[in-house]
Design a protein around this ligand. Structure first.
Ligand code: SF4
Length: 295
């Protein structure tokens, strides 16, 4: 068996970005390959954030693209026959084929092609406070060893936020209206997040609308949100307006100067990339969810 290689798959979200910061500091001599699997359906903010990661951490990020894109799968492969004709159907939490074909397969193919006869340590940014909820990337490649440094070291959400603020990276700007990275049409979005997409990227919202088939009278309903089409959601948007009290719990989150992570990461900004004074605005909404916005 050949040598060992180390890969961090960046998602465009905060946890994998914080993992890049953490590994760069904890193992400065480790030769880490940073990759991003581009579904072709990412938010513009994601590409901006990747540029920011490149600049702040002074790293290269290899961009992996699937051989076939979303539209190929949606129109040609993922179709359902009905008495009224053949219709493409959308992925959903129960039929999550999008992750398989747009993320997992391209990543595994890239690993197999790039690292022959190597043990590949694939680092995943699942936090200690969410370990029970998320599995991370499930791989079938026996040479890929998945590692969970945040779980191994007991790092939780507050630690991740501090890693990002201390390094000067901050949070992706979409966190002001959406809580996770991924495709602009991701079905895991809440209705309010969809309306956030409409407010911030109306062109993407209308593009997502075009993928829906909504013929309830024929029993053919392929919508992103359960039970409602994006057109209907737009008509009913006042029902989902942000309530006045949602803006009340804004707190300014500033890194405590004696935090252990600050000490741990004290040298990471050598060469430029921010300071410990970067702050993030955290908003607690009426439903208990937290949103955050980097300056
Ligand atoms: S971000 Fe959402 S829509 Fe995109 S691949 Fe992942 S689960 Fe599918």
């Amino acid at each position: 068996m050949g040598k060992e290689r180390h890969v961090v798959a960046l998602s465009g979200g905060k946890d994998s970005a914080a993992l890049a910061v953490y590994l760069k500091h904890k193992h400065p001599d480790l030769d880490v390959e940073y990759v991003f699997t581009d579904t072709g359906c990412e938010l513009p903010e994601t590409y901006e954030y990747l540029d920011r990661i490149r600049a702040v951490l002074n790293i290269d990020i290899t961009v992996i693209k699937p051989e076939k894109g979303w539209d190929d799968y949606w129109t040609l492969v993922k179709v359902k026959e009905t008495p009224y004709g053949i219709f493409p159907y959308l992925p959903s939490p129960q039929q999550r084929w999008c992750t398989e074909v747009l993320k997992l397969q391209p990543y595994e193919q890239w690993v197999a092609k790039t690292f022959t006869d190597c043990i590949v340590h694939s680092y995943v940014g699942i936090r200690a406070d969410e370990a029970a909820d998320r599995k991370g990337m499930v791989t079938r490649n026996p040479l890929l060893e998945t590692r969970f440094p945040f779980i191994e070291d007991g790092l939780a959400l507050k630690d991740i936020e501090r890693l990002l603020t201390d390094s000067g990276l901050g949070l992706p700007s979409y966190y002001s209206w959406r809580k996770r990275s991924g495709c602009y049409f991701c079905f895991y979005q809440s209705k309010r997040e969809w309306l956030g997409l409409w407010r911030h990227h109306p062109d993407l919202y209308y593009r997502a609308m075009e993928y829906e088939t909504y013929l309830p009278e024929k029993g053919i309903v392929f919508t992103w949100c359960q039970g409602i089409s994006l057109g209907e959601l737009l008509e009913k948007r006042d029902d989902f307006a942000i309530l006045p009290e949602e803006g009340k719990n804004n707190t300014e989150y500033t890194v405590s100067p004696d935090n252990k992570l600050i000490k741990t990461l004290s040298h990471i900004n050598q060469g430029g990339g921010g300071s410990n004074s970067v702050s993030v605005s955290i908003t607690t909404r009426s439903d208990g969810r937290k949103t955050a916005e980097a300056p």
